[in-house]
Design a protein around this ligand. Structure first.
Ligand SMILES: *Cc1c(COP(=O)(O)O)cnc(C)c1O
Length: 349
């Protein structure tokens, strides 16, 4: 069983359809850990939504979505010569390459394959993209007609950080459109800003969405871990790789879920220092030991890690002998689905 993500299928798909309906030109993003669901599953969901294009993060992720999704596949990470798989990917006519440097555009133009490209413009994100002052050079390369320009692409900061991206989005889009009329693709534009821009740019626009599509709405997502083992321990007994002494009689509960699942050691509690620590020590609390709270809930309480999570399992401490789960029990585990990898996804009726 391991770590399981359970989602009510109907609610999840209703959320996807809400985003689809509210987002003309939606391009779903399926990258990395697949927002907890995995890339292949998201590819199948995108196919069921009926969109024509899916975006993945890196060249190597194309293979993970290719079978389940029959449309165009955009690679968000800019194409670079010499990257593993970069040249082979040029042979795949369903793939659209993001280009963020003039030299790469030249390279692709010289490939003889007339690859499909998205021309990325540098935004205040300062991640990837060509500057507006480079667009004269871009125009020259495009004059050779040796690439198929699918569009311009503008990847903006989070609207919450900027108070909205409409002004920057419009400025950059217009700079690109002055060089070549093509659809403009955006990321992280609010729906309202996207609607406004669609009305003013006189060209097709696309909006790439991941988090809101797959993890948005009020969809109930439950993640659980499996109790793999339970061991009674005595006060002072040393356990784990690091042979930490136990603060009181209790139980060690070994759970599925470790660093491989994205379970990290969070900061120890503030009580780990000074006077509080002394007080806690007197009270026999693990807070005094600077232990870190785990994301695992047993009998209604987040439990303490005995030590940092292992690769595929974690050890937590349950004081006393009440509230001790049985081997095979499923217990809630709090996971951030943008960083977690689960063993199984269950879509519930
Ligand atoms: C990851 C990514 C997205 C999707 O971002 P969310 O915040 O998950 O919606 C969109 N565009 C680009 C370029 C990305 O890298």
């Amino acid at each position: 069983m391991g770590v399981v993500l359970r989602v009510p299928a109907a609610d999840w798909r209703a959320q996807q359809r809400r985003v689809l309906a509210a987002t003309p030109g939606l391009v779903p993003v399926a990258k990395g850990n697949g927002y907890g669901f995995g890339l292949a599953r998201l590819a199948a969901e995108a196919a069921a939504l009926g969109v024509d294009t899916l975006a993945v993060g890196t060249p190597s992720e194309v293979a993970a979505v290719r079978d389940a999704f029959g449309g165009r596949i955009v690679v968000l990470q800019p194409w670079r010569p010499g990257e593993p798989g970069a040249e082979e990917l040029l042979a795949d006519e369903r793939v659209v390459h993001t280009v963020s440097r003039v030299t790469d555009l030249e390279h692709l133009s010289a490939s003889g394959r007339r690859p499909s490209v998205l021309l990325e413009l540098l935004t205040s994100m300062k991640r990837h993209g060509m500057r507006v002052d480079e667009l004269t050079a871009v125009r020259k390369v495009l004059a050779g007609d040796a690439v198929d320009v699918v569009g311009w692409t503008v990847h903006l900061p989070m609207p919450a950080a900027t108070g909205g991206n409409a002004v920057e989005a419009e400025r950059l889009a217009k700079a690109g459109l002055a060089v070549r009329t093509a659809p403009v693709w955006f990321s992280h534009l609010t729906g309202a800003d996207h609607d406004r821009l669609r009305a003013t740019l006189y060209t097709e626009t696309r909006l790439r969405v991941g988090t809101d599509l797959w993890l948005g709405g009020s969809v109930r997502r439950r993640t659980t871990a499996t109790v793999l083992d339970v061991h009674p321990v005595k006060r002072g007994e040393r356990v784990g790789y690091w042979q930490r002494p136990m603060p009181a009689d209790g139980h060690i509960v070994v759970l599925s879920g470790g660093t491989a699942h994205g379970i990290a050691l969070e900061a120890p509690t503030a009580a780990a220092t000074g006077r509080q620590r002394l007080i806690s020590a007197v009270n026999g609390s693990v807070e005094a030991l600077g232990w870190a709270r785990s994301p695992f809930t047993i009998a209604g309480k987040k439990r303490w890690f005995v030590e940092p999570p292992h690769m595929q399992a974690s050890m937590v401490y349950v004081p006393g002998s009440k509230s001790v789960p049985a081997i095979g029990d499923q217990v809630p585990v709090e996971l951030r689905l943008t960083t977690a990898t689960v063993d199984e996804v269950v879509l519930e009726d």
